[in-house]
Design a protein around this ligand. Sequence first.
Ligand code: ZN
Length: 227
Amino acid sequence: MSAALANPAPVTHRLGDEWLMAYAAGTLSEGQSLLVAAHLSFLDDAAERLAVAEAAGGALFETVSPELMAPDALARTLARLDAPATPAPVPVAPRVGADDPLPAPLRNWLGGGVDDLKWSFLGPGMKKVKLWRGGPNDQRLWMLRAQPGVSVPKHGHRGTELVLVLKGSFSDPHGRFRPGDVEESDDNRMHALGIDEGEECICLALTEGPIRFESWPARLVQPFIGL
Ligand code: ZN
């Protein structure tokens, strides 16, 4: 077991409670649920945070005036909250395999480890694998595998982008992101990612619509990489 896994740094960039509430209520897409479950598996207090989010979500629904909702909306919402099985994966299982950086929910969904995936060329020192596409706003779930010191070209987004670090780390103007950390970007935010030295970096990303690259060389290759 590596020292990083034996003594993981605390997760400092956490997903907001609105994501956990939606996850607990089962209203996220499959790709979003997987990313949230993967993030939660890095947190020591995931079960407590989920319980709080679930209770907060229920309280929120109870305060909405019934006249403002469809006749059966409240009943349907309560039924969903009471349902014994939500479609979301169970997030609290321990990570499997000391050498594989995939958290259990992702590993179970993929049915294998990081080296079983069909990685393809993304750019110099970078590989990608597409995992899923669907949900509202043309969501794409994919993974990035980048060598130490590599730069991901400056880009923006057409919607929300969530990037969860699984191994290694990267830095951008918004901070340094290590295993378990999530960076949430929206369509107002351009950024370039610098992969930190020392170790490869593997990230799970959920993007809405195609990424918007700033430079023309990156835009030229975009049709071929399909992201
Ligand atoms: Zn981005």
